[in-house]
Design a protein around this ligand. Structure first.
Ligand SMILES: *[C@@H]1O[C@H](CO)[C@@H](O)[C@H](O)[C@H]1NC(C)=O
Length: 301
């Protein structure tokens, strides 16, 4: 009798659990592209790419021979792109994990690109996150930020909002960098070419950590970065681009509210500006005696 009651209870419980997980499962799976093989291709070094058994978590590794990278099968123009990353822990000086959008599959001279780069460090020293924006092959728009958490301990969400008015780099929904357009044709705002989303891990000990002073310690290899929950809520490009032209305001990311930071985002952004900026090319008058045009645009507008 006891076991009977027990089993009835446990059946009821499992049904409840099932119902709940279906519900959340359904909500979560909306736009979450979990299956690697349907949505991504490996760029190089297949052997350095692994997934968890359920396929939801992906691992990229760097060893002395090679790094590794993947990209989306689709290109997108405008929208919200987001992924959870957990970075190489321990001694990771010289190792760079990049998470970026780019119009081309290689370093094409005319490419547009939006970058997040995570620069590894010696054990106990903080990671720095570098962002950059390229238009027709020209970058040199670096910003560097420190983070308010250790990105090697847990997954955190790194996202890009992209429309024809602004590009915003977010960490856990906190706007870290705001890159504005003006309303004239210009050479600094990438808004024409659709982009793939990429991630890769590679050795950059010629420049990354303390300007290249700290070298990669290959005794610690392989270095592994972990990924999950890629979400794209953007316009998937289909030649000849019927929908991705932002003349309609049908999509949320093309609407007025997404052209500027919201009030609460402004508060977060003010905090970032006060506390986390390590380097801003727009303040580097040694490097740019005449500051680039986009530096005069206010992120607060
Ligand atoms: C690594 O740690 C050093 C010392 O704390 C710090 O100056 C540097 O900005 C950190 N990051 C990089 C990428 O060099």
């Amino acid at each position: 009798m006891r076991t009977r009651v027990f089993s009835v209870v446990s059946v009821l419980l499992s049904i409840a659990v099932l119902l709940v997980s279906c519900k959340f499962g359904a909500a979560e799976s909306n736009n979450v592209l979990e299956e690697f093989q349907n949505n991504f291709d490996i760029m190089w070094a297949e052997d350095n790419f692994k997934t968890s058994e359920d396929g939801k978590t992906w691992f990229l590794s760097l060893d002395k021979e090679t790094g590794c990278g993947f990209l989306t099968k689709q290109r997108y123009r405008f929208g919200w792109f987001s992924m959870k990353l957990k970075l190489v822990g321990g001694d990771s000086a010289g190792v760079v994990t990049a998470y970026y959008m780019c119009s081309d599959k290689d370093a094409a001279p005319e490419r547009d690109e939006l970058d997040f780069e995570f620069l590894g460090n010696r054990t106990g020293e903080p990671y720095v996150i570098q962002t950059n924006v390229y238009k027709t092959g020209v970058g040199n728009r670096e910003m560097r930020h420190s983070l308010w958490f250790d990105p090697t301990e847990d997954f955190h969400t790194y996202s890009i909002l992209w429309n024809s008015h602004q590009i915003v780099f977010f960490v856990d929904r906190v706007p870290m960098r705001v890159y504005k357009n003006n309303d004239k044709p210009n050479d600094f705002f990438p808004n024409e070419k659709p982009m793939y989303l990429f991630s890769s891990i590679w050795n950059a000990d010629d420049w990354a950590t303390r300007g290249g002073l700290e070298k990669t310690d290959w005794k610690k290899a392989p270095f592994v970065s972990t990924y999950k929950d890629f979400k794209s809520d953007g316009c998937e490009w289909k030649d000849p681009y019927p929908e991705c032209v932002s003349t309609t305001t049908e999509k949320w990311w093309d609407q007025y509210d997404s052209w500027h930071l919201t009030d609460s985002q402004k508060e977060d952004f003010a905090w970032v500006e006060r506390n986390l900026v390590v380097y801003d090319y727009c303040k580097d008058t040694k490097r740019f005696p005449e500051l680039p045009e986009e530096c005069s645009l206010s992120p607060w507008d």
